[in-house]
Design a protein around this ligand. Structure first.
Ligand code: TNX
Length: 528
């Protein structure tokens, strides 16, 4: 592999003219300095598995050694930055912090060739070679993520761990875990067992674009126990990925109301008759905006905070129809009591409460851009999904923003306009649309742009009933997103998309070795 085939593209890579390469074989040793434990473990597990290399402990200065080191060079190397120097004698991977070493190891793996992405042992004695030269690299953004919706379709714990590996291979460091929605509650909450006993299961969905056996699975469901979550969070942390949990309030909550009918607007509808929703779209059945609901969710969030060390906690906040609040005497009395003037402000009251509640516990609230309506809570950060508008408004008001507009990074949208594309969603978001996405709108001043923490792809799974479908929708577009998030690309129109496509040839070989069912560049797979 050459330095030109890296994805995401590094800031700088220079090959040594006439270099013969560093040979990696059974005699290669490894020296791992303080702070590099996560990378050492990962390297041994990953390369050890494919190549059965012993990587015996070596001395720092001995030839034939791969050296891992944390050294910020007196503040010159940022925590996630790294420098990889390969000579015929030695490999030195230096990171500004432990994460930098880890991202550098992802580069090292790509340079070893596609076999380094296999899990099964490669037959015969491995003799591998790294090209000589230097890679100097640092991410553009600190928030480089993917959101996965496990409510509309559940993904097994093993599937989630596999996705964490895929994120790491693309130098992505945020896994936004959409754990609750109308169609399923996926997180065990000890004090409210019905959330998963009832809320994690639904009858077959009524609306679908294809009738595979899985689609008709009846009931559909599943959830993560708290032990599962601890495993997921630890697995992510070992890969320098933060898991940002999302618990939706006050809309997208029908599964919770089905489990605990007192959470709904019981003076408007018969909440006892509600079931976990078996349709897509936006349901009118939303949480009652009351003190009782706040107390209930404080209980939920208490357990969430114990499980997820992430500073940011996502509270949803999107698409909350207010019709039931308009009809509900309880909601109207609350509006009066609080002295707020309309239902939007009532939603803000709800979000503001959790903003303060989380801040008091050293955490920060993040929500979808609808939380701007009715006034943004003081410390809130915003996931801007309905285009750039919400993100721009929030950044101008001094709030942090994650840019994830549906026009560019909604991976549930189809990747091609062809009739045989296996997804019904009308909008087409091609690989090029993702590649040309610019997370910092030019309407922001340099100072306001500092509030753009980064970007993420959003993977809503209404139309993805299994992991194969998720793979197909996510790849190769996540590779383009990784470059948008990591690399310092030129302005949108000047981006070398053809060059990216060329580099993708090498990347497809890696994805093949990983067993990722991506959409092939020539067109859809022969779906049944
Ligand atoms: C809107 S994006 C939603 C989701 C859907 C998605 C489908 C957002 C915050 N809400 O509930 O799954 O559209 O593309």
């Amino acid at each position: 592999m050459t330095f030109e085939q890296l994805i995401p593209a590094p800031s700088r890579a220079e090959a040594t003219q006439g270099g013969t390469g560093f040979t990696v074989d059974g005699s290669t040793t490894l020296w791992a300095g303080p702070g590099t434990e996560s990378t050492e473990r990962w390297l041994r597990a990953t390369l050890g598995a494919a190549f059965q290399l012993p990587l015996a402990p070596g001395a720092e200065t001995e030839p034939g050694t791969i050296v891992l080191r944390v050294d910020d060079e007196g503040g010159q190397l940022a925590a996630e930055a790294y420098r990889l120097t390969v000579t015929a004698d030695r490999v030195e991977l230096r990171g500004g912090g432990p994460a930098g070493v880890f991202w550098g190891a992802q580069t090292l793996r790509q340079l070893l060739g596609p076999e380094a992405f296999r899990r099964a042992p490669i037959a015969g004695d491995a003799v591998l070679s790294l090209p000589e030269g230097v890679v100097e690299d640092a991410p553009r953004f600190g928030w480089r993520g993917m959101m996965l919706d496990v409510s509309r379709h559940f993904m097994s714990k093993e599937g989630v761990l596999r996705y964490l590996d895929l994120l790491a291979a693309h130098k992505l460091n945020v896994f936004h875990f959409h754990l609750t929605d109308d169609q399923g509650w996926r997180l065990e909450i000890k004090r409210y067992p019905r959330l998963t006993e009832v809320g994690a299961w639904r009858s077959r969905t009524k609306w679908g674009h294809r009738q595979s056996d899985l689609w008709n699975e009846n009931p559909h469901g599943g959830f993560y126990t708290q032990d599962d979550i601890r495993e997921i969070v630890a697995y992510a942390a070992a890969r320098h990925i933060t898991v940002v949990p999302e618990i939706e309030v006050p809309g997208h909550s029908q599964a919770a109301i089905a489990a605990y009918p007192e959470l709904g607007n019981a003076d408007v509808i018969d909440t006892n008759a509600l079931t976990v929703w078996d349709n897509w779209g936006v349901t009118p059945n939303v949480l009652a905006p009351t003190e009782g609901t706040l107390r209930f969710y404080e209980g939920v969030f208490e357990e969430v905070l114990e499980l997820f060390p992430s500073t940011f906690i996502h509270v949803g906040g999107d698409e909350c129809p207010k019709e039931q609040w308009k009809d509900s005497q309880v909601a109207q009395e609350n509006i009066e009591r609080l002295g707020v003037s309309n239902e939007d402000e009532l939603q803000s009251w709800f979000i503001r409460h959790f903003d303060k509640w989380l801040a008091a516990r050293g955490r920060r609230l993040i929500g979808w851009d609808e939380i701007l309506e009715g006034g943004l809570a003081e410390g809130a950060a915003v996931s801007s999904w309905r285009g750039y508008g919400g993100g721009i408004a929030a950044a101008k008001a001094g709030h942090d923003v994650v840019m994830c507009p549906e026009q560019h990074v909604y991976l549930d949208h189809r990747q091609h306009g062809g009739a045989d594309e296996p997804v019904p969603i009308g909008w087409v978001r091609t690989l090029e649309d993702v590649y040309r996405f610019e997370p910092v709108p030019d309407k922001l001043t340099a100072e306001e742009a500092e509030h753009v923490l980064g970007t993420q792809a959003n993977v809503w799974t209404e139309v993805m009933e299994n992991e194969g479908r998720v793979d197909y929708q996510v790849f190769p577009r996540l590779a383009a997103l990784s470059e948008v998030a990591w690399s310092r690309l030129p302005a949108s129109a000047e981006r070398d998309f053809e060059g990216f496509e060329e580099r993708m040839t090498a990347h497809y070989a890696r994805l093949d070795a990983l067993g990722v069912g991506y959409r092939p560049p020539g067109g859809p797979l022969p779906w049944q």
